[in-house]
Design a protein around this ligand. Sequence first.
Ligand code: NAD
Ligand code: MG
Length: 373
Amino acid sequence: MMGARTAKDATPVTRLEVGLGDRAYPIDIGAGLLRQAGALLAERLQGKQILIVTNAAVNALWGEPLRCSLAEAGFSVTTKEIPDGEAHKRIETVAALYDACVEARLHRTSAVVALGGGIVGDVAGFLAATYMRGIDFIQVPTTLLSQVDSSVGGKVGVNHREGKNLIGAFYQPKRVIIDTDTLSTLPDREVRAGYGEVIKTALLGDGDLFAFLETSGSDVLRLDAGALRHVVAACCRTKAAVVEQDEREAGLRAILNLGHTFGHALETLTSYQTYRHGEAVAVGLIAACRLAASVLGLPDKVTARVARLVEAAGLPTWFPPFPADAWRKALALDKKNRDDAVTFVLPEGIGQCRVLADVPLTEALAVIEAMTK
Ligand code: NAD
Ligand code: MG
């Protein structure tokens, strides 16, 4: 699934492969890779026509180098911006993009390239999955969260006013091109939020990555190219390994939601206004450790190591006060749970976790109370 190669200009590039049979695809990770996008896509795409989906901010920063590279490789490119923000991850935005596809005369061998964060990726992927029953799709993620998480695995879709990600598909990209240089313009808060998902990935499946974060996490946060490439590759490798075993979330894929039951509850209680998703996940990881301590006997020193990483990244380590009843509702909301018990993904150690059904809600509420400031 993995390997390494050196690009022409000697920039180190790490290549991974997501092994999904006839839907297998490469992930390339390196600094300055945008300049090689044209050559990389020429290897993979059937046609010569591309629609870049992006937003105004990302387009202004990174649209030009991508378009240059694609033009050099002989692609004919149209760019369409979508409005920024989670509120626009909705079907109306996709509808406007269908119009753009028709206008640009995209056909069955054309491709959609997502240039942006997770929102652009999810929307563009859903467009690609449905336009003409599916055309080629390429991910060029530009946030840390999208580079370590959302660009790999094939979940695409949009929100409904009644719930996040209610409308969607499993639709794998043909290729993922990760240029870690694009993170140089990302607001620091977004970098740290993405880092919350990095800690999650390390805790659930990669003890070596966890140890690397303990010694070199500050290099990642200041966007050192080598540290970033190492960490992004490690996260993609773990996510790919999980997706290879459970593409459509029949079971194992649920472990990627470590920290998310607490995190989603916190996001719900604060109406998605106060915390970035990765921030809510970060404090959720500490809560998951404390819950694992009480129901699985996880040693306290594991919780302490996780809390140290979260704190060192400037991510939240405590919950704001809400009535127990509000927490109870928010925690049980997520899943098909009994009234008094919830399914949690819980760490069993650094780099290992398991799904535990029927964890008593009272145990989870006790953890929250102990972590409330
Ligand atoms: P985002 O897409 O909103 O990007 C965050 C902000 O950064 C935006 O304002 C964006 O315009 C800006 N931005 C992006 N790249 C930039 C750059 N290089 N320089 C400067 N600014 C830049 O947020 P996100 O955290 O990337 O993604 C969140 C979305 O991802 C959510 O909708 C979530 O549901 C989804 N998601 C999907 C999956 C999946 O498997 N499909 C997994 C996790 C999250
Ligand atoms: Mg997440």
